[in-house]
Design a protein around this ligand. Sequence first.
Ligand SMILES: [Fe+2]
Length: 435
Amino acid sequence: MPKNIFNYKFKKILNDLKRRPEDAALDLGLTKKKINQILEGKKKLEFDLIEKAVKIWPVNYNEFFSVEDDAKHGFKIFKSKASNSTERKMYRGGEAYYLYKDTVMSKVSTFRPEWIQQLKVVDNSNPNNKGVKFNNGHFLHQFTYFIGPVNFYYILNNKKRVAKMNTGDSMYISPYIPHSFTTRKNKKNLLGNILALTYADKLNTESLNEFSAIGYELTKKFNLNLKNKIYAFKSSLLYHLKNSSISDHNFKELTGLNLNRLLKNKKLPNKKVIDKIATYLKINSRDLLPPIQNDYVKIQKYKSNRSWFYPSKYKKDFLFVELTNLSHLPMSKAFELNILNNKNNIGFSVPAHQYLYNIGSSKIKINFNKKIKQNFNPGDSIYLKPNVNYKFSGKGKVLILRIGGSVSSDALYHLSWLSQKNLKRLFNDYKQWFN
Ligand SMILES: [Fe+2]
């Protein structure tokens, strides 16, 4: 808990519970003076008091604590030397299988990126190779960038599969897909390696806490059918009808449309009909057209990547090579950025959490918010907060992964609905809710 500054978290809890300091004092068995001293940051909020508050009020422990900011200047850099010091060998079936190194991780974002070398060398690309050890899959999304002759194995629809990957190739796997990586035997006896960038998006610690409190039996009832656009429309419509307590009879009266016929239709209704239903249900058309998941595993070979010179083909300062990107994770964007020659002194500012890794062989420099300059050498990695200005100098090659985290989509819309004045207040909400 920060010392000698106003205790915003505690004040917010009191405000939300509509407790004045004297009410809180009564509930917690303290004097009003003591409560005010805690609010003003003159006295520490002791843990036994938090325990008491959690016991008597409908609040949780985490509401009393803040996220620690380990990227105070808008970024966090992790040098290759520090990365090397985290090196650890992983065994599978008693055999050395992977060499792991951490790259940059911040408390502010959900990136959990690892550099991994494939110690297991295979002389064939058979997905059923007994020497290939699969994991059980994991909760986090994974984007992977390949360097060298790496075999990527995965299990989809109960079938083991393999993809022969090389430098620049990339892939995405959704949560809980079992997978494995090996090095393909090669003349130069090189070991392959990957940058395995795992991250959480909208299903994060906070939403999982909520789901786990609701429990599996109740949570599984949500389950929209998002297999294709038509199913997605139908199951979203039923979901909103249920939430609005509108029966098929009511629906007919309200919209003049026959619900049964709509649900039997093998085609998506036209935009006019969808807009009409949305208007009657007082929801948004997009609520009836949720994104569907096309790919559980997506493999992208380097040759088939889209690319563009930035800012234009006449001003070739940068070459963006687009890696595995998917429409159902619209803010997750992976690029290989080639810094060709930043003649025009172009900076970037991106509305996403960003992960940068110098995958090239040359030293570059990076400047943050026109103030702080850092060396960004091969093997170094950087975490960047959303909307931070950054500018490269020198020539080089950088792997970039952007993710939305919880600052995109609905949370972003709700944030944007606040006026500038109220947005400021959100960050310094020390006012009591009445005067
Ligand atoms: Fe993984």
